[in-house]
Design a protein around this ligand. Structure first.
Ligand code: ADP
Length: 341
């Protein structure tokens, strides 16, 4: 659906060059909810503007819906623009137009008849749950309602792709969840491919199936959300994950745990099927030792469970060795050292 091949974007301002996007290759498939996460300045907005056809790449190719943006005709470009909807952190609504007027706007631009516009806007108002707000003006709405209008307006021309620029960053956690659920519904009911940028791992965890982590203009890690969460490779990715998955212990707590528990501590990471099986109790019973869970969490991700526990084993050293050997064949096991909390 969207393919970026070795794309770079260099801005030149005041005689200085800024390489905002560096050699990025990505493939977003039809039906994906693809998230790009990174800190401020990582290059996310530039990447989104490249896909949105607002910026031209300095190097590389961008292919959207089988059109190569380097060689697209202006007629096809106009056509393609209609297939891409966009929503924004600050909603970008027309304050002088009502909710109805905002949603109708892109249809008026397309010179649709009054009846067609009325039918489509009514459908969309219902879809986003704002049937009773049609005559209100944006300033009379809450942030969540404004974003619902933004979503309805983006959907008005029945796009194939929805781009979301930090769409929930201005909202409280509860409203964020409502809007994320609505985006999931957009994806599932209309089979619209969603590309979103965010600095919040919570957004990725809640709705994305794939994620790319961006840093200094580059994609440093990319893959299925479940795989990235259960086995992150890069430090930045680990930091983002620890902001939503409570797996990191403070060094003071680790020190205290070490004082209270003199034995070696092990971090065990379960994912998928292994997270719901009684592996620890089965293995420790088999080798006649005990285990003690010191700290841990089990989370839901993409309809799968994944757990992260710190345990100590109590029993004969030789038996503990046997349990560790067998455990390592099934799940990820690491001894917790002072450097890793
Ligand atoms: P993010 O969305 O991840 O915060 P941006 O894509 O906005 O990142 O910015 C990436 C880098 O490109 C930053 O160093 C930013 O200052 C620079 N940049 C973004 N837009 C422009 C522009 N129009 N002109 C010059 N530099 C820009």
């Amino acid at each position: 659906m969207i393919r970026l091949e070795r794309v770079s974007k260099i801005y030149e301002s005041g005689g200085k060059k800024v390489e905002a996007v560096k050699d990025v290759s990505l493939h977003i498939k039809k039906g994906d909810i693809f998230g790009i996460i990174g800190f401020s300045g990582a290059g996310k907005s530039t990447l989104l503007r490249l896909v949105n056809l607002l910026e031209r790449p300095t190097k590389g190719n961008i292919i959207v819906d089988n059109y190569d943006l380097n060689s697209i005709s202006s007629k096809d470009l106009r056509q393609l623009r209609r297939k891409i909807g966009m929503i924004f952190q600050t909603f970008n609504l027309f304050n002088s137009r009502t909710v109805y007027g905002n949603i109708a706007y892109p249809l008026r631009l397309e010179k649709k008849s009054k009846e067609e516009i009325h039918q489509r806007v009514t459908e969309l108002l219902q879809f986003v749950g704002l049937e009773d707000q049609a005559d209100k003006f944006p300033e009379q709405l809450s942030g969540g309602q404004k974003q619902r209008v933004g979503i309805a307006r983006a959907l008005a021309t029945s796009p194939d792709i929805l781009l979301c620029d930090e769409a929930t960053s201005a909202l409280d956690p509860e409203t964020t969840n409502e809007i994320l659920n609505l985006l999931k519904k957009v994806n599932e009911e209309f089979n619209i491919t969603i590309l979103l940028i965010t600095h919040e791992m919570n957004v990725i965890r809640k709705i994305c199936n794939r994620v790319a982590v961006m840093e200094n203009g580059r994609i440093i890690e990319e893959g299925e959300v479940f795989n990235i969460f259960s086995n992150p490779q890069e430090k930045t990715t680990k930091n983002f994950i620890s902001s939503v998955v409570n797996e990191k212990l403070s060094s003071s707590l680790l020190e205290k745990l070490r004082k209270d528990h003199e034995r070696k501590l092990y971090r065990i990471v379960f994912s998928g099927d292994t997270a719901s099986q009684p592996i620890l109790s089965t293995l420790t019973a088999k080798h006649n030792i005990h285990f003690n869970i010191i700290y841990g969490s089990i989370n839901e991700l993409q309809n799968q469970l994944f757990g992260n526990l710190i345990v100590e084993f109590i029993g004969a050293d030789s038996q503990i060795e046997e349990v560790l050997k067998e455990l390592t064949e099934i799940v990820e096991v690491r001894e917790v050292t002072n450097g890793e909390s």
